[in-house]
Write a protein that binds this ligand. Structure first.
Ligand code: GRG
Length: 282
């Protein structure tokens, strides 16, 4: 897959000193993730008439941020998980100290890779970096994680759950789609359509993740199933039930499709990904 090849080229080799940290970064990055964020980034670029080559650094940057968030989320101080992507979690293999650093290094690596992108007439490096920083920061990804940690074991409303899902999941998916568009020097109308698409698809993705947590086995998911219920975490199925959750996921996906009208059939790859996300089983 071209994303794997590009990530391999962007990252220091396993043998680069200090070898442990590069091994740890690569261990989680190449552990078999679905690469959904790079996929939507490249698909958004295609919808706007851009090239894979121009979008690739940004697609790789979002995957590095995503992987960092998983490595840190799995730590004992956070979600405390032993399995991710069907393999032992980073800290189980390398120890907690190296896992913290591997996450830090992946986050930093994302900005280095993004800074290597070419920059576009409508979207400067400054805007690209701002987009990534805002999404990873205390108002989005980290805000979602904080709200999630603080909400454990407490009664959560659907509004509060949506706040968490928007930040923990939808924000990075939305950012991936937007960056794809920016790499194709998209118009502001196209960027607005991509933002709407990314938001809805991102939320649908998390609702489906909540559903899979209760309907699939750990083997199917490659991570511990049923964790949300065990941790008394609020999820869509626990608040509104399984059937209503499925309905919400389908409605969000339909909304995502509707946002793509402006591309007049040129967003086939994005449509295919939205369909795949709705029907996925892991
Ligand atoms: C900043 C530590 C920190 C966390 C931010 C992203 C996040 C919040 C926590 C990670 C755990 C989690 C359940 C996030 C929700 C998003 C999600 C469903 C991630 C899993 O994404 P997939 O299914 O994973 O695309 P793969 O392994 O396929 O890449």
């Amino acid at each position: 897959m071209s994303v794997n090849k590009a990530l391999d080229q962007f990252l220091p080799s396993e043998k680069t000193r200090p070898a442990t940290i590069h091994k740890a970064m690569r261990y989680s990055l190449f552990a078999g993730g679905k690469r959904m964020r790079p996929a939507v980034c490249l698909a958004a670029a295609a919808a706007c008439g851009g090239s894979e080559k121009d979008a690739m650094p940004l697609a790789c940057a979002v995957e590095c941020i995503h992987t960092y968030s998983l490595v840190h989320d799995d730590l004992p101080a956070m979600d405390n998980d032993d399995y991710r992507r069907g393999k032992l979690t980073n800290h189980k293999v390398f120890g907690e100290g190296i896992a913290v650093l591997a996450g830090d290094a992946l986050l930093t690596q994302a900005f280095e890779i993004a800074a290597k992108s070419k920059g576009w007439p409508r979207y400067s490096h400054q805007q690209i970096i701002l987009e990534l920083a805002h999404t990873s920061g205390s108002l989005q990804l980290i805000a979602g994680q904080v709200a999630d940690l603080e909400g454990e074991g407490k009664k959560t409303s659907v509004e509060q759950l949506r706040y968490i899902h928007e930040r923990k999941t939808s924000a990075l998916l939305c950012c991936s789609v937007r960056l794809g568009g920016m790499s194709a020097n998209c118009s502001s109308a196209q960027l607005k359509a991509l933002t709407d698409f990314g938001y809805s698809v991102g939320l649908a993705f998390q609702v489906i993740d909540d559903i899979l947590d209760v309907t699939q086995t750990s083997e199917q998911l490659g991570k511990t199933a049923g964790k949300d219920t065990k941790a008394q975490k609020a999820t869509y199925p626990s608040i509104v039930g399984l059937e209503k959750s499925r309905k919400i996921a389908a409605q969000l996906t339909a909304k995502a499709f509707a946002s793509l009208k402006i591309f007049k059939g040129k967003a086939e790859a994005l449509e295919g990904l939205a369909e795949f996300l709705l029907k996925r089983d892991r």
